[in-house]
Design a protein around this ligand. Sequence first.
Ligand SMILES: O=c1nc2n(C[C@H](O)[C@H](O)[C@H](O)CO)c3cc(O)ccc3cc-2c(=O)[nH]1
Ligand SMILES: C[C@H]1O[C@@H](n2cnc3c(N)ncnc32)[C@H](O)[C@@H]1O
Ligand code: MET
Ligand code: SF4
Length: 370
Amino acid sequence: MQEADTRDPLDAIDVTPHDVDRLCAVDSNDVDPAPRLSFSRNVFVPLTTACRYTCTYCTYFDPPGEASLMSREDVRQVLETGADAGCTEALFTFGDKPDDRYDAIHDQLDEWGHDSIHDYLYEMCELALDVGLLPHSNPGDLQHDEMAMLAEVNASMGVMLETTADVGAHAGPRQKTPEQRLDTIRAAGEVGIPFTTGILVGIGEDWEDRAESLLAIRELNEQYGHIQEVLVQPVVENERWNSPTPDAEILRRAVAMARVALPEDVSIQVPPNLAPVREVLDCGVDDLGGVSPVTDDHINPDYAWPGLDELEAIAGEAGVPLDERLPVYERFVDDGGWIDERIEAALAADTVHGERFRSVLEHGENPAGV
Ligand SMILES: O=c1nc2n(C[C@H](O)[C@H](O)[C@H](O)CO)c3cc(O)ccc3cc-2c(=O)[nH]1
Ligand SMILES: C[C@H]1O[C@@H](n2cnc3c(N)ncnc32)[C@H](O)[C@@H]1O
Ligand code: MET
Ligand code: SF4
């Protein structure tokens, strides 16, 4: 058991300079291509565009006064569109603790009977389960009790570590800090929820920072075993961020480092709308993440999802099968103890949606997919 953590979270991560140096020496020749590729069919629910942080690479958040909150009916509509298109995942990702900074959001939540965005999210996850979708929530930084509550109604959850470095992109009066991100990932481990994390490449970090970030994720996974996938995500240009996006060579090396740093049962995900996946596929990528037939990537709306035929083509050229997966990986469903009883019930084969989920889980095939 972990004792109460009064230490600096970065100190609590046992990453030595020697480990960092060794990982920095890895390149794309040191890894083998994965034998298969997977993806998840999702519908994206951007609950609110308000955020307490102001990451300088992000166009997702709106300033106070302009930020909005989706109503229950808005959410229901998006979820039903997704369920009708055969999606299995409801991806809830949105601004971090918006009610902290935006009185209007706080007041609206209050009017709807919620004392926090997390309380509202809980109810929207229940709605997703009702319409036949498995929630995957990434609401940003969470405390242990918030994580424990949300784990009851999520198949898996996630937060990007981004980087362990203090970068200018996270500057400002309210900012993402590596300590808080690591605390969130640790809280997920303590709670025991299958978890997605990753690094954002090109936000001012150097190779040592990338190695340190990947090793920090490895260390937390060694302690808790909860990491299901690690994203290697290039930062992309937009109206707020006009530095160049990392090129294919940088991504190849970062992906190879991720593959070497993490054990085999942790997937390495590269998003096909943001990265030149064809050029990095042989470096150990085995997952393309959530792809939506019905909604935009609201975080990076200028970058459209490739269609399913394009994903098939990518896998075909690499000579590997393409499998659809659920937002929770099979090993966490089979192992027992990882997913809450409400998610287990949703996955039971004798329910309306359970049969479809089971087919995706066990055969990588979605009978309802369009
Ligand atoms: O559409 C997106 N999906 C993102 N996803 C969704 C992800 O691709 C899938 O939902 C997971 O693979 C679960 O199936 C994230 C999920 C996380 O837990 C953490 C970070 C991300 C980042 C993105 C993202 O930038 N864009
Ligand atoms: C959900 C995740 O989206 C990522 N994110 C935010 N802005 C960008 C961008 N310009 N390019 C790539 N990824 C981005 C962050 O890593 C966040 O954690
Ligand atoms: C819209 S960004 C994703 C969720 C959260 N705001 C974070 O940065 O982690
Ligand atoms: S990346 Fe997430 S935390 Fe940062 S400003 Fe955008 S919405 Fe907020």
